[in-house]
Design a protein around this ligand. Structure first.
Ligand SMILES: Nc1ncnc2c1ncn2[C@@H]1O[C@H](COP(=O)(O)OP(=O)(O)OP(=O)(O)O)[C@@H](O)[C@H]1O
Ligand SMILES: [Mg+2]
Length: 355
């Protein structure tokens, strides 16, 4: 277990600023997910922590020790790359034992530790198998065992399960979470799957263009996104451009009380925070499409101002395309210049009559 401190870390590639003045601290035994769109700098951050990429500026400290210029093999870190690159000419045991042999450990200890680490990832008894005789998920677990066996204080995982199907990915990430809790290792997990991050992280760091947008617990990230980018990136969100006049924001046929100066603003509404009511006549929106996911209905509506919104409703509520509805917001937030500027307590604000 270890703490990690990143101070004003930057990495330039020619004119591209892959990582831009990034600072964050990760606690002992914490699992932090790096989340962000493609090209936002996640892998570059991870590679710098592991020592595979040199920072242009800034410092990396592990347990208070500056490791910025320390080579990867002398850092207390282990890394699982996206392409796990197992050695196909060696069996599973030899793959996992490789790093320990380099360290010239006694044979007995190597055997004990390799078997222990294979058991940890649920591959007890697979030592003699060729890696080509394993499924994709089993190969990923061998890659994980190969890192765990070296007992790193910090384990770095770069989209380790990206190439696997959804069910297997979900299972393996739960397993990783369990191993992380059991072994008590500090872990940084890169993903661009937001579900993955929300499911396993203690905290999530959202990156955009090499910068840190927000670092928060999953529930806070989802419930209180601090920027418009995070609001739109994490979970489903209806982002609607509108304007505030005399402390009222009017958008999509809904009038909301907002204590802010006049001017343009963006309203953010989660699909589950919008209530729909059936109305035959002057309803504010037309139901365009209804998809039944079993657990809920996903309803797409179009307002009179031709704005499209996604709404989540309980199953069996009888909605179908062609119906008319009025909308009201149970919860909302308002962004201006990309930053959160208004978020009232849970409310239920009625729409304006036939806007
Ligand atoms: N070796 C390199 N040479 C030049 N540019 C690079 C290099 N490595 C990364 N970059 C650039 O730095 C930026 C960040 O790349 P990085 O690989 O860290 O992104 P990422 O968030 O991991 O993306 P993805 O989700 O696609 O893996 C990108 O614009 C990328 O093109
Ligand atoms: Mg990457």
């Amino acid at each position: 277990m270890a703490t990690l401190e990143i101070k004003n870390l930057s990495r330039l590639f020619g004119n591209t600023c892959a990582v831009d003045d990034l600072s964050l601290t990760i606690g002992d035994g914490e699992l932090v997910c790096l989340l962000g769109p493609s090209g936002s700098g996640k892998s570059t951050v991870l590679r710098m922590i592991g020592g595979f990429e040199e920072p242009t500026a800034g410092a990396i400290l592990i347990d208070g020790q500056d490791v910025t210029r320390v080579p990867p093999e002398r850092r207390p870190t282990g890394m699982v790359f996206q392409s796990h690159a197992l050695w196909t000419h060696m069996n599973v045991f030899a793959n996992v034992a490789f790093g320990l042999k380099l360290r010239r450990l006694p044979k007995d200890e190597i055997r004990r530790r390799v078997n222990g680490s294979l058991a940890t990832v649920g591959l007890e008894g697979y030592g003699e198998r060729k890696t080509s005789q394993l499924s994709g998920g089993q190969q990923q677990r061998v890659a994980l065992a190969r890192s765990l066996v070296l007992e790193p204080k910090i384990l770095l995982l770069d989209e380790p399960f990206a190439s696997l199907d959804q069910h297997l990915r979900e299972r393996l990430r739960e397993e990783v979470r369990e191993i992380q809790r059991r072994v008590g290792i500090t872990m940084i997990f890169v993903t661009h799957g937001q579900d993955e991050a929300l499911a396993i992280a203690d905290r999530i760091a959202v990156m955009r263009d090499g910068r840190l947008e927000q670092l928060s617990r999953p529930d806070r990230l989802y419930r209180q996104p601090q920027t418009e980018f995070v609001a739109g990136f994490v979970g489903q969100m209806n982002l609607l451009q509108g304007a505030i006049r005399s402390n009222v924001m009017s958008v999509a046929g809904i009038d909301l009380p907002v204590a802010l100066a006049d001017g343009p603003a963006t309203l953010a509404l989660r699909p589950e925070d919008i209530a729909l009511e059936k109305r035959g006549d002057d309803g504010g929106a037309d139901v365009m499409r209804v998809t039944d996911f079993g657990t809920h209905l996903s309803i797409e509506v179009r307002t009179r101002c031709r704005q499209r919104l996604k709404i989540m409703a309980p199953p069996g509520t009888g909605w179908s395309a062609g119906m008319r509805a009025t909308l009201s917001a149970r919860k909302f937030s308002v962004y201006r210049d990309g930053k959160l500027c208004f978020m009232p307590q849970p409310c239920d604000v009625r729409p304006a009559a036939a806007a």
